[in-house]
Design a binder for this molecule. Sequence first.
Ligand SMILES: Nc1ncnc2c1ncn2[C@@H]1O[C@H](COP(=O)(O)OP(=O)(O)OP(=O)(O)O)[C@@H](O)[C@H]1O
Ligand SMILES: [Mg+2]
Length: 450
Amino acid sequence: MSEIRVESYRVRRIGAHSHIRGLGLDENGRAIMVADGLVGQAEARQAAGIVVKMIKEGRISGRGILLVGPPGTGKTALAVAIARELGEDTPFVIMSGSEVYSSEKRKTEILMEAVRKALGVRLTERRLVYEGVVKNIVIRRAKHPLVPYLTVPREAKITLATRNEEVTLTVPEEVTQQIVELGVRKGDVIWIDAQTGRVHREGRVREFQDIKTYDVETRRIVETPSGPVKKEKEIVNVLTLHDLDMYVAAQRSLVSIFGFTMEREIPSEARKQVDETVRKWIEDKRAAIVPGVLFIDDAHMLDIEAFSFLTRAMESEFAPILILATNRGVARIRGTDMESPHGMPLDLLDRLLIIPTRPYSADEIREIIKIRAQEEEVELDSKALEKLVEIGSKYSLRYAVQLMEPARILAEQRGESKIHVEDVEEARKLFIDISTSVEYLREYEKLFLK
Ligand SMILES: Nc1ncnc2c1ncn2[C@@H]1O[C@H](COP(=O)(O)OP(=O)(O)OP(=O)(O)O)[C@@H](O)[C@H]1O
Ligand SMILES: [Mg+2]
């Protein structure tokens, strides 16, 4: 049985930006100095808020955004904040410009996949499901067939309850696996498709909400369903065009039997077929396109071929919103001898709204370092904090942030739980910043291999 999973486009968790919860704007769309994990950069945040609004109102397709600014000024952080603001129902694809260079796939194929992952299709259908609050769940594990010391989930016994009824189901391996992957716990409201076995978690009921967990993800609070556990339900699925491509391609190729479909390029007829089907669904009012965001970080790494592809993609019928970020000024466009602002062709630049990010003041750096320290659960004494602020102002914010973890380990080695200024200084000697490393190489050039 082929499975399409709904949540395939979930935002990838990025360690360095895990403290960011949103754009931190007030009801008038102005940046609150410190909010949602973001500090300062008020104008860029306000601009990003407008972009979020345009995306939510569907008024931006065929256009794009370019975030420009020096290294460590929060471009990637802003893109992550935009993703958080848009929420789970808007596909958001994050990639780096350098990801288009792969030995297995063509550049345009990689970009095409990314574009299609950033396009959601909202499908409405009636399905027969088992729905209820998870009252109990017992997972039976069995030995892994190849690796003797591993076990795999084989079967689960799960009790679902509504206000009126309680039913215990024994579900097979595919369903059990989804239950494990989704981290379904007692108190979650889920439904299981009676025919395909797809599992969906809707949220948690309130009574279970105060149980303390270390789950960063806040789950939606939902009501306990009423009526029978087994019932017809109108289900709204947001799949991506890429999910559908994979589904169609998998049915067509032998390769899918061995589970290698991920590695293969998707044949263009599969995409054509998907587009036609989706167009028909839209005509029948069974589906709607949800334009998501394709965010390409370090966009100066793209080359002319990639840029032309993106320019064309933005003009096609189904186009995602493109957000690019770069820290380059005038630079050569890769794959050409031409120089251009931000190393990008002018016809693409013409279609982009540009948001600048500016270097931080010492006060802003101090706030960001404090937030990061909290996030990484490290304790800084006040002198250590000031040292990091100084390093952040003189070299880069990223460098200061990166020194925190080594400094914590150095403190630990001294038997201290708090980072002192000497730990920061030692960490800085052990791990040098870029300009020092360039100087170092220049000094010792003759001794290095050429
Ligand atoms: N305004 C801010 N508030 C809170 N944290 C921030 C802010 N700006 C940046 N940071 C954090 O500082 C670090 C560096 O910022 P980020 O990676 O976003 O910079 P960048 O502009 O993308 O740099 P580069 O050009 O090198 O890619 C990250 O950990 C980021 O989350
Ligand atoms: Mg960045």
